[in-house]
Design a protein around this ligand. Structure first.
Ligand SMILES: *[C@@H]1O[C@H](CO)[C@@H](O)[C@H](O)[C@H]1NC(C)=O
Ligand SMILES: *[C@@H]1O[C@H](CO)[C@@H](O)[C@H](O)[C@H]1NC(C)=O
Ligand SMILES: *[C@@H]1O[C@H](CO)[C@@H](O)[C@H](O)[C@H]1NC(C)=O
Length: 378
């Protein structure tokens, strides 16, 4: 028997004893929520809320649409890719960046891809079940969590129950929820059902209490580290300026008020929830502040403007959806907004910089650098 074969046999024995090799294993990543983080689930559904047409993903390597509502990478993609080492729980780390996790509905999500995590997000959804109902077949939060359970069952049959539990426990989780509960529910039409039922402050209280239930369910399902994206500048999106303040170019005050109310209350809820759980499971990212920096002084961040979208039509390119017949700007990096609702890849990168390295004005109770440091030591 050759020495190589012997070494190989020995390797198999060791592998058998210690399970799969752990060195350089990427940290698992799960993503939940709306179009800010959906990376293609809606491609598989019957819904108008989709981004699988030109020119979406125009700045991706293939230039082909992927289902992301962006010109290139979105926030979860960038979080995956900015971690040459951090994303690997076990040192030493040789890989440069991990690949984005696959949409849960992707047929490629099996075998060796499964332990890397999954993206359950679906454009159009919100905290409430009725948010986005006009988009037809989208994956509302109860179903995203149901799919998370299905995922865990599949993972268990692949790697065993113990290991599956461990993978979920040590995963990083990203959640984007809340914007659609205003844009595609409360303020969808004048005199919406929800706006007749609740004043805005009452509605925010209700939303945050429902959000808490979702987070609690995630915790019960094994989530131990989750970053929650806060408010977007809802009223300052090109769509809202075009619809409400075409002449003045001012932000829509109703939606801005909603965003201002929502984030601090999520913050407080997260603080209480963590105290109750006795550990800092949930991290509140003040995307409100991150956007505020960019929108207040776009030039300081290398943007030409924050008012107009790159892809769209009508005032500020803010009317209807971005499609093959829309106006399309040449340099996507010059604009804060890619389409009427979604930031450009460059704006996403600036947000991720704050998520990774921001002070506690931006990341409460801590930034991702600190999270990765703490979690690599358990
Ligand atoms: C939303 O739907 C889920 C499951 O379909 C249900 O358990 C939950 O009670 C609903 N939430 C509200 C607020 O109606
Ligand atoms: C965070 O800060 C470190 C050290 O200053 C830097 O090397 C890294 O590129 C930053 N990461 C991001 C995403 O900005
Ligand atoms: C955030 O991350 C940086 C590392 O880039 C660290 O030096 C800093 O102290 C962290 N800030 C907070 C508030 O955790």
């Amino acid at each position: 028997m050759g020495i190589l074969l012997f070494v190989f046999r020995l390797f198999l024995v060791i592998k058998g004893i210690y399970g799969a090799p752990e060195v350089n294993q990427p940290r698992p990543f799960f993503v939940f929520g709306d179009s800010l983080v959906d990376n293609g689930n809606n491609n598989f559904l019957i819904t108008p809320a989709r981004a699988d047409i030109f020119p979406y993903s125009i700045d991706s390597p293939s230039k082909l649409p992927t289902g992301r509502f962006f010109n290139g990478l979105n926030i979860p993609d960038i979080i995956s890719s900015v971690f040459p080492c951090f994303f690997y729980t076990y040192m030493p780390c040789e890989h440069i960046g991990s690949e984005p996790v696959l949409p849960f509905l992707s047929l490629e999500l099996h075998e060796e891809k499964l332990p890397l995590g999954a993206n359950f997000a679906s454009a159009g959804v919100g905290i409430l079940n009725d948010t986005g109902f006009q988009f037809g077949e989208i994956i509302a939060m109860p179903l995203q969590l149901e799919y998370f359970k299905v995922y865990q069952q599949k993972l268990s049959s692949l790697v065993g129950e113990e290991k599956a539990k461990d993978i979920v426990n040590r995963a990083l989780v990203l959640v984007s929820l809340g914007g659609n509960d205003f844009v595609n529910n409360y303020y969808l039409v004048p005199f919406s059902t929800r706006s007749l039922q609740y004043t805005l402050p009452e509605y925010v209280i209700y939303l945050v209490s429902e959000y808490r239930k979702i987070l609690m369910k995630m915790y019960e399902m094994g989530v131990r580290r989750a970053i929650l994206l806060g408010s977007r500048p809802l009223g300052c999106a090109p769509a809202e300026i075009a619809q409400h303040n075409e002449l003045s170019g001012e932000c829509s005050t109703d939606l801005q008020a909603a965003a201002e109310l929502f984030e601090p209350q999520v913050d407080q809820m997260v603080k209480n929830l963590n105290a109750e759980l006795g550990t800092e499971v949930f991290i509140s990212a003040s995307t409100r502040l991150m956007y505020f920096d960019m929108m207040n002084n776009p030039q300081a961040y290398g943007f030409v403007t924050s008012k107009s979208a790159c892809c769209g039509q009508g005032a500020y390119n803010g009317l209807d959806f971005c499609n093959a017949y829309s106006n399309l700007c040449e340099n996507r990096d010059e604009l804060v907004f890619w389409d009427a609702f979604h930031p450009s890849e460059r704006a996403c990168r600036l947000i991720v910089e704050k998520i990774v390295n921001g002070t506690d004005d931006y990341m409460r109770p801590m930034n991702l650098t600190t999270i990765m440091y703490l979690d690599s030591r358990v």
